[in-house]
Design a protein around this ligand. Structure first.
Ligand code: PAF
Length: 293
């Protein structure tokens, strides 16, 4: 496995694969790998000929007062793991390579980036869309992999790819969870033991609401309140619990698949999670991400 630093190096490294018409995959990450990243990388390896993992803590998606400075950076551990898994290239550029002097373009993803996690982070998804578009321009992958824990991010990227007619397939993979249900996140490492124990209530709250949904509950307020109550009882500061249409992120409609989305603060750590509730699926096992009725 090779670590590449510059756009020139990426283009040179991928030229043989392009000439051989091999399928190139990109897994965009900010590093601090956990099993969610591993799942993206392994799936990419099984579906493409060449896998590039980008590792870049993108400043433009962090707001003032957020955790840009303390975001975990552990490039050598990440590179070793990627190499063990069989990844071909890690692209770990400096900030100046991604945002050279004069860089001025920003992608506004439109309504899909507003509401939910975009409400309190007004520039976050523009930062994500812009850096992902630049990574797409650098790597020119045939396929790119994202985790559904960042549900709105996936919607933003799908919107961007469709609107800009980018010839890239977007694969969104299920959230990987700890045994107690907590969604894996690079930010989980900020949690103290007590916070980690309480953080479990995020998933438990979502699951209680999902179970009510499976039992036939369709009232938005009651579903949201069921989830929120479990989290608040565990001393978690809930930023929002919202039920939205899973496809458009617009208003919830009881007869369409919905996403139950949460943003919560445990101590100083902001955690996000979601579950998709789908009326049309009849037998979803409890372990996967979709609850059904
Ligand atoms: O999901 C992430 O890790 C980041 O938002 C991404 C997609 C790598 C863009 O910086």
């Amino acid at each position: 496995m090779r670590t590449l630093r510059t756009i020139r190096e990426v283009r040179a490294a991928l030229t043989p694969a392009r000439h051989a018409e091999q399928r190139i995959a990109l897994v965009p990450t900010m590093g601090a790998f956990h099993d969610g990243h591993v799942s993206l990388m392994r799936t990419a390896l099984s579906e493409a000929d060449v896998v590039v993992v980008s590792l870049f803590v993108n400043p433009s998606q962090f707001g003032p007062g957020e955790d840009l400075a303390r975001y975990p950076r552990m490039e050598s551990d990440d590179a070793a793991l990627a190499s063990d898994i069989g990844v071909d290239f890690v692209f770990a550029p400096a900030v100046e390579e991604m945002y050279p002097p004069g860089f001025a373009t920003s992608i506004d993803p439109g309504p899909v980036a507003r509401g939910l996690w975009g409400t309190s982070r007004p520039n976050h998804f523009a930062g994500v869309a812009t850096v992902v578009a630049r990574l797409f321009g650098i790597v020119a992958p045939d396929i790119a992999y994202f985790g559904l824990k960042d549900f709105q991010q996936v919607a933003v990227i799908r919107r961007m790819v469709a609107d800009l007619a980018l010839p890239i397939e977007i694969r969104a993979l299920p959230t990987i969870r700890e045994p107690d249900g907590l969604a894996m996140s690079s930010r989980n490492r900020y949690l103290s033991d007590d916070e980690r124990a309480r953080a479990r209530a995020i998933f438990l709250g979502l699951r209680d609401a999902a179970d009510a949904y499976t039992a036939g509950e369709r009232d938005l307020r009651r579903l949201v309140d069921a989830a929120r109550a479990v989290m608040q009882d565990a001393g978690i500061a809930v930023e929002f619990v919202e039920l939205r249409d899973a496809e458009t992120l617009g208003p919830y409609s009881p007869d369409r698949a919905a996403v139950l989305a949460v943003s919560a603060r445990v101590g100083d750590t902001n955690l996000i999670d979601n579950l998709v509730l789908a009326p049309q699926i009849t037998a979803a096992p409890r372990k996967i991400e979709t609850w059904s009725a």
